[in-house]
Design a binder for this molecule. Structure first.
Ligand code: NDP
Ligand code: CA
Length: 318
């Protein structure tokens, strides 16, 4: 049957200017590849009918259209060409897609092609400047993980932002690989933002602000997380702002039950340049009760990962 959608609300943050018309809404979401959900994931508590693409595609689009992000970063996209790209193009989004070189989707019978990262942006709010598809390396060896990077200019403020969507290596035992992939991404982004120094700020030439959205497959104590938090690029994680003390990540961004047991963890993040960007609002997480005893995915929600949505604005130039 059909279950109700989760009701989630935006938490407006103290230091924000309120729901300012100039803010840019960003969504980060691992949507669950159709081939993986049906073929490899073993979500034992999820009814098979809830995993059918014919149901899931509407729930995925409904989630996106509920929040109407100006920037949308997706992972595990294996229905880009036939669904997401054409539907979202019709709604005013431009996009870039980069499939994984050896997507595990290809091992599933009846697959719809490889999964990868996709980055969409609202053309009415943002102007395209540049885009790069990256295959992430670890100690100079190319890996199976990728990132899509796009440089955009806000049409109202004239300010630029460099956005990355990525999906790091999954599973335990690969902490070192995620750390190396994260470092490689940071290295690429540092070079990119320096090349595109923001000349729209009249007096000063400054580096372009960064937004890095991803399924990092890493909990906040992992090395790759610590590397991002301590990066000289000056990054902070937007969802920490939901917590009482403003410095604790949410309890979960994914919650699922496999034969090996329950997995409830924070693996997904929106990193932003704390000196040049401000988080105005953050969409709260559904409660354990809303998620329900069978966890995710479900008839209520099409992925095992929750979407992260926040409103970001440019800080004034000093
Ligand atoms: P990852 O380990 O990064 O995981 C791939 C996907 O599996 C992710 O989307 C991940 O989801 C999901 N996943 C994580 N944990 C589990 C689990 N316990 N059960 C089921 N799915 C899970 O994969 P790689 O990109 O490194 O690719 C590995 C696979 O790709 C191999 O198993 C092989 O099938 C294929 N491959 C094929 C090659 C070839 O030569 N043909 C070469 C390399 C890989 P999430 O991020 O949400 O956790
Ligand atoms: Ca997955």
């Amino acid at each position: 049957g059909r279950a109700p959608r989760f009701h989630r609300e935006f938490t407006q943050l103290q230091d924000g200017d309120g729901a300012s018309s100039s803010s840019i809404r960003v969504m980060q979401w691992n949507i669950l590849a159709q081939a993986l959900g049906e073929g490899l994931d073993s979500f034992v508590q999820c009814p098979p009918e809830a995993l059918s693409w014919s149901r899931r595609k509407y729930l995925i689009l409904e989630e996106i259209l509920t929040y109407r992000p100006h920037i949308l970063c997706l992972q595990e996209v294996d229905h880009y060409y036939d669904t997401l790209q054409p539907v979202l193009a019709g709604l005013g989004y431009s996009s870039h897609f980069f499939p994984k070189p050896w997507s595990p989707c290809l091992d599933v019978e009846g697959n719809n092609g490889p999964d990868g990262c996709a980055l969409f942006f609202d053309e009415s709010r943002l102007e395209f400047l540049d885009s790069v598809n990256l295959r992430l390396s670890a100690m100079r060896i190319p890996t199976n993980q990728v990132a899509v990077v796009t440089i955009l200019r806000c049409r109202s403020s004239g300010r630029c932002v460099c956005v990355a969507a990525t999906h790091l290596k999954a599973r335990s035992g690969w902490e070192w690989l995620r750390s190396a992939q994260g470092s490689d991404l940071l290295r690429h982004l540092q070079t990119l933002v320096q090349q595109h120094a923001d000349d729209s700020a009249d007096a000063q030439i400054s580096d372009i602000p960064l937004l890095i959205c991803g399924d990092f497959n890493a909990i906040p104590t992992e090395e790759v997380y610590r590397r991002f938090a301590a990066s000289p690029l000056g990054l902070d994680s937007a969802y920490k702002r939901l917590s009482e003390d403003g410095s604790t990540e949410p309890e979960y961004t994914t919650w699922k039950i496999r034969p090996t047991g329950e997995c409830c963890a924070t693996l997904d993040y929106i990193w932003y340049s704390r000196d040049t960007l401000r988080v105005e609002a953050v969409l709260d997480m559904p409660t354990e009760e809303q998620i329900g005893p069978n966890r995710l995915p479900s008839f209520s929600y099409p992925s095992d990962h929750l979407s992260l949505v926040c409103d970001i604005s440019f800080k004034e130039n000093e």
